[in-house]
Design a protein around this ligand. Structure first.
Ligand SMILES: Nc1ncnc2c1ncn2[C@@H]1O[C@H](COP(=O)(O)OP(=O)(O)O)[C@@H](O)[C@H]1O
Ligand SMILES: [Mg+2]
Length: 248
């Protein structure tokens, strides 16, 4: 669809966030259109997680405007329009939650019979290649399996916007690729909008429509091939060591 006819999913204007007197985000302006997959990159401490939390209404802007589907973030979240996969999902190691229990958490608010919830949860798990693990203890799964289960929890309620904070941390390179392929396939199928924080700059450019660099300010945004270039990453990450681009 032509961009100009596409509805705006996320609108950020002149956003400032201060925490304890420190400016974390400064004058961020950004529009994300419905159905886009956007990668957010930038150095640690650059404010990426803070940015996602602002979109979730967990952090209030000091100044500026944030709209999710033309609503204030808190309203969008209340209406279950937003799915979130936090940077760290902490279930206690000794927790006896099964993988299925974790996915069911994503449906807690739905007024559906238990059997229907289980059916939907299992369908989503199948789709993500973790259906056979439904009865396993979540804490016994590998990092990659846990992330697929967590992703299933975030999408099982069919949100319109999915926010993923470093979803492939601890996952090997082939695992990263298949994770991003899954995200892209889901977007193509369901048409939802995805914003994901990532350091996999050598991989994600194949899967995203737009890339954004955040280091307090929004530095670059646009086509991933244009943004995720070594010379730009050097500037944004303030280092000479930039990740290799995987060409295969
Ligand atoms: N709750 C908080 N209290 C104080 N400082 C915070 C808080 N959350 C984030 N910060 C600070 O905001 C900055 C950006 O953090 P964060 O958004 O987590 O960055 P990133 O996700 O890009 O690594 C850091 O300097 C961090 O110390
Ligand atoms: Mg972070």
């Amino acid at each position: 669809m032509e961009k100009k006819f596409r509805p705006v999913a996320v609108n950020v204007e002149n956003l400032y966030v201060e925490i304890e007197g420190k400016t974390i985000l400064e004058d961020i302006n950004l529009k994300i259109y419905r159905g886009e997959i956007v990668a957010v990159v930038g150095p640690n401490g650059g404010g990426k997680t803070t940015f996602l939390k602002t979109l979730l209404g967990l952090i209030n802007p000091t100044r500026g405007r944030v709209e999710i589907f033309r609503k204030p973030p808190k309203e969008a979240v209340k209406g279950h329009l937003v799915g979130y996969l936090p940077q760290k999902v902490n279930f206690k190691r000794e927790s006896c939650l099964s993988a299925l229990d974790v996915v069911l958490l994503g449906l807690w608010y739905k007024d559906l019979p238990k059997e229907e919830k289980v059916k939907r949860a299992l369908q989503t798990m199948e789709r993500f290649g973790v259906g056979h693990l439904a009865g396993e203890r979540f804490s016994n799964l590998s990092g990659g399996q846990q992330q697929r289960v967590n992703l299933a929890r975030a999408v099982v309620g069919e949100p319109k916007l999915l926010l993923l904070d470093e979803p492939t941390t601890g996952i090997d390179f082939p695992g990263q690729q298949s994770f991003y392929e899954l995200i892209k396939a889901l977007r193509d199928e369901k048409g939802f909008t995805v914003i994901m924080v990532t350091h996999d700059v050598g991989v994600v450019w194949r899967y995203v429509d737009k890339a954004v660099c955040i280091n307090r300010r929004l530095h670059y945004h646009g086509e991933p091939q244009a943004v995720l270039r070594p010379e730009i990453l050097k500037l944004v990450y303030e280092t000479d060591v930039v990740p290799l681009f995987h060409q295969h």
